[in-house]
Design a protein around this ligand. Structure first.
Ligand code: B12
Ligand code: SF4
Length: 481
């Protein structure tokens, strides 16, 4: 039996990847523990647990934090130094991270088979590093293994190990809104998203996007409902409405067997009257759809969204008529975009009757086509290492500094501008204020307060005790996203 310690900085939502990997590890007879750096002294926990594997899920922007933490833990463990491994989007798309001091291995792509094979290998005599999906650094040499096929039948996986998270993190355990995953992948090829890079680089011949069996999703929901507060579910899938037949089965069974309201991600071109009716029947109260930009050239050329403004407006209206609150995601400060394009994005959100418009500042993630375009044409101020852990902090795209300042400030005012069109003239003035501690703090506070209020009212409304609401509020203000 190998001992695996999962190290997370903080828990914003239930981490689906980690919970799935913990479940397969336990099924294979290994021991898994979780430590959360913002809640306890992870070095102490590691010394007491004595892991064979230190495991981290790493998104671009958080790699420096985890590399440093990993070095601290390994120093403290001294001779009992475990093997430390990264998995998730960052190592998958930037395997060069393996060159960093202290890191021994990275997992490329899907991790279930890979982590179990590694734990089994460490458990046995000798260590053969030829395990699919892994790159290892052994005595300064890098060993690169091929990637195994994707798990196509997600119903063969055990139920994600939620207890690992809930036993450790009271806020997530008591929150009546819980995150679930009903499928994996997405068939579209938007140039800024990890999906096209994932399939193109590692899984070129695989089907792009598939769902778990409806019954497996229901079983997991019922398991949670029987043990923890559960008033609403957030399906974090990239695209929940990919398949009509799956949605029909879900809409038939979910309300009868689970009956919990939910939120999911949709794509405007797939939002038909029929699918909206199925979502409504199933119990959807809110959705999110990517609008991204109001400029057609940017949306369909640069981002390859293949989506007209009419499709976006029509989708928003269908959802509005059905009483399903539509939120949106938008990217400001895109390469080659102007400030007026960002204001056009604001206008398109209004026309689509969006109930909360999330705005991010575009980040050129490694491995993506748009990230590559930015590199190739030298459009980036700084390097990949400058990408921060949150996608709304600052823009790294080269442009006139005054325009960049206005775009960064507009991110803070965007949702308010969508909600109150009459504010736009004032916003145009406010975004000209140079960055300084007072306005930066004030703008962020206004952004966070408005976001918290609208999300709690319209997107994820739930009833709870004052104590839990207070804890959730504290958590929300601490969250970086
Ligand atoms: C839900 C979600 C969130 C949630 C929860 C994130 C979380 N920590 O769980 C929230 C809203 C908090 C969030 C925030 C952000 N997110 Co997000 N998020 C997602 C989303 C839609 C689903 C994640 C998920 O559950 N996937 C399903 C599981 C099964 O897959 P997985 O986590 O990748 O894990 C598998 C493998 O990667 C691997 N694996 C993972 N970890 C490990 C570890 C080891 C040791 C091994 C062996 C294998 C392994 O095995 C797993 C199972 O096969 C993904 C897109 C996607 N479809 O993955 C984006 C995604 C991960 N997010 C992304 C981004 C950019 C962000 C933000 C920066 C955006 C922002 N708002 O500022 C922040 C960053 C927060 C942070 N620093 O942690 C990017 C990451 C790009 C990159 N190169 O890193 C993604 C890929 C979307 C995209 N733009 O393309 N996100
Ligand atoms: S539709 Fe969404 S999840 Fe799918 S590729 Fe485009 S951005 Fe990614």
């Amino acid at each position: 039996m190998a001992r695996i310690l999962w190290v997370e900085k903080q828990i914003d939502y239930e981490p689906q990847g980690m919970m799935s990997l913990a479940a397969v590890l336990k099924q294979a007879g290994h021991e898994v523990a979780l430590t959360i750096a913002t809640r306890e002294d992870v070095v102490k926990v590691a010394c007491a647990f004595r892991p064979d594997i230190l495991a981290y899920t790493v998104l671009t922007g958080s790699q420096r934090y985890y590399l440093e933490l990993n070095r601290r833990i390994k120093r403290a463990l001294g001779d009992r130094e475990p093997i430390s491994v990264f998995g998730g989007p960052h190592p998958t798309f930037f395997p060069e991270v393996l060159g960093e001091e202290g890191l021994d291995g990275i997992c490329i792509g899907e991790g279930e088979g890979a982590i179990v094979d590694l734990a089994n290998a460490l458990d046995g005599p000798g260590f053969d590093p030829h395990i699919p999906n892994w790159w290892f650094k052994l005595n300064g040499e890098i060993i690169r293994n091929p990637v195994r096929p994707l798990i196509r039948d997600l119903g063969t996986l055990p139920m994600p190990d939620r207890a690992l998270v809930y036993d450790k993190d009271e806020v997530t355990r008591l929150r009546p809104v819980k995150a679930f995953l009903a499928g994996r992948g997405c068939p579209y090829r938007c140039t800024y998203c990890f999906n096209h890079a994932w399939y193109k680089n590692y899984y070129p011949r695989e089907k792009r996007g598939y769902m778990r069996p409806v019954d497996a999703v229901i079983e997991e929901a019922l398991w949670v409902k029987a043990r923890y507060p559960l008033e609403q579910i957030i399906f974090v899938d990239d695209l929940f409405i990919m398949f009509q037949d799956w949605l029909e089965e879900f809409a038939d069974k979910w309300p009868r067997m689970v009956g919990v309201a939910f939120f999911c991600n949709v794509r405007a071109n797939l939002v038909t009257r029929e699918k909206v009716a199925l979502l409504k029947k199933a119990g959807a109260i809110s959705v999110s759809m990517g609008i991204e930009t109001g400029n057609d050239r940017l949306r369909n050329g640069l981002l390859r969204r293949h989506m007209s403004r009419d499709a976006i407006v029509q989708a928003g209206r269908l959802l509005h008529e059905a009483g399903i609150a539509a939120s949106s995601t938008n990217m400001l400060a895109l390469p080659t975009a102007t400030l007026e394009d960002d204001f056009a994005t604001m206008q398109l959100n209004r026309e689509a009757k969006i109930k909360y418009a999330h705005a991010f500042l575009f980040q050129p993630y490694p491995g993506t086509e748009l990230g590559g375009f930015v590199q190739e044409y030298d459009l980036m101020d700084g390097s990949l290492e400058d990408i921060s852990a949150i996608a709304w902090d600052r823009s790294l795209i080269k442009r006139d500094p005054f325009e960049r300042l206005q775009m960064e400030n507009l991110q803070r005012w965007f949702a308010l501008g969508v909600e109150f069109p009459w504010l736009e003239p004032a916003i145009r003035l406010l975004i000209k204020v140079p960055h300084n501690p007072v306005s930066d703090t004030l703008y962020r506070l206004i952004y966070k307060l408005f976001k918290g209020y609208i999300i709690a009212r319209r997107i994820h409304p739930f009833r709870s005790s004052p104590r839990i609401i207070f804890k959730q509020l504290l958590h929300f203000f601490r969250m970086e996203t």
